[in-house]
Design a protein around this ligand. Structure first.
Ligand code: SAH
Length: 346
């Protein structure tokens, strides 16, 4: 019986309105319920107090609301919060709230596990189990927004798709979630405050450009030399840098949005001048900026953060070529909430 019920949040507003008309009710009832589902983030039909008891029962008989449950919330000494989020089928993903002086950012997951096998990332060890639905992505954002208001006295200001998974391999659902997040019927956030981070799937980057998306793009580059990039991100063998570069040029031509490159410098892997120079060359293809991110150890020591001298070398080579560069410190390390550490450990 239960298994036959449909996920009500898989319906569009129009489908919901049509459903009510078919039931002999008014289309307007669909608007009311839609508002409960998205803007008010109702967890159950019982919450829908301006809908008659009879209608609520009818909804209960036909549909389910697959709301996420925050199973466990951990708070770091630096204010970072990590949520372990349980899905309706008992799988778990993680999302993170990162507060700074000027913003509070939600880092959300797009898949359970990940199909890519970046060798420095803890999530890659989980394998991909399934894509998240739009409502599961949306719920993560709502949960973080509530925590931001509760613990930091301010609403969420930014969202990054840098949690578990490769967002461009769950493109349709990520787009639907962003539509809800940015819509006045959802959270009404500006798409300019949303960053989708990808390991670089060329075909999908072009699709994003064709779809004229308004959010920002970040690419986890880590090396601008094919051989090195393939050794740390094996899928680079399938999507080499030349394809990525072409897709990024296409993206920039269509959107005029500059690209952010996420880049970790590791000892003895990509810490030489030739690595920084290759990065400079790569950055010349489309306006971009570079975020040098600190490595968060996840393993037995195969990867080591580069010495600060190497980071300084990168900064000076990039700056000498007029490329904007920032060095980003990690947050939430004590609770395994930093980039690449999300692996459902606790
Ligand atoms: N799949 C997407 C989003 C998830 S990863 C992507 O690749 O962009 C989010 C960011 O964390 C990426 O830039 C990734 O390269 C980086 N990252 C992964 N493991 C890390 C680690 N151990 N230390 C620091 N950054 C890491």
């Amino acid at each position: 019986m239960e298994a036959k019920k449909k996920d009500i949040r898989a319906l569009t507003k129009k489908q919901l309105r049509d459903f009510f008309v078919k039931q002999g009710d008014k289309a307007f009832r669909g608007n009311q319920v839609y508002e409960w589902l998205w803007q008010k983030s109702a967890h159950s039909f019982e919450d829908m107090t301006n809908v008659s008891l009879e209608t609520r029962q009818m909804l209960e008989d036909n549909f389910v609301i697959n709301h996420i449950k925050v199973d466990q919330m951990q708070r770091s000494s630096d204010g970072t919060i990590k949520n372990a989020v349980r899905l309706h089928d008992d799988l778990v993903v993680e999302s993170v709230l990162i507060p700074t002086a000027t913003r509070t950012t939600a880092c959300v997951s797009s898949q359970v596990g990940c199909s890519l096998d970046c060798r420095f990332c803890a999530t890659s060890r989980l394998k991909r189990m399934r894509n998240l639905n739009p409502d599961e992505i949306y719920d993560q954002v709502v949960a973080i927004d509530n925590e931001s208001r509760l613990y930091h006295n301010r609403p969420l200001s930014n969202i990054v798709f840098m949690g578990m998974g490769e967002p461009l391999m769950n493109y349709n659902n990520v787009l639907k979630a962003i539509d809800k997040i940015t819509s006045p019927e959802g959270l009404g956030m500006s798409p300019k405050r949303i960053v989708v981070s990808t390991s670089g799937v060329p075909k999908m980057i072009k699709k994003m450009a064709d779809d004229k998306v308004k959010f920002k793009l970040a690419v986890s580059l880590h090396s601008a030399i094919d051989e090195i990039r393939t050794s740390i991100m094996p899928f680079n063998a399938t999507f080499p840098l030349s394809d990525l570069r072409e897709a990024l040029q296409y993206w920039y031509a269509a959107t005029k949005n500059r690209i952010t490159y996420e880049y970790v410098v590791w000892d003895a892997i990509n810490d030489k001048r030739k690595d920084a120079e290759a990065l400079v060359e790569f950055c010349k293809f489309a306006p971009s900026k570079v975020n040098l991110i600190e490595y968060n150890p996840i393993d037995d020591g195969e990867f080591q953060q580069a010495h600060s001298k190497a980071i300084d070398m990168y900064v000076s080579v990039l700056e000498a070529n007029n490329i904007t560069v920032t060095v980003r410190r990690s947050r939430g390390k004590d609770i395994d909430a930093a980039c690449g550490q999300l692996a459902n450990k606790s």
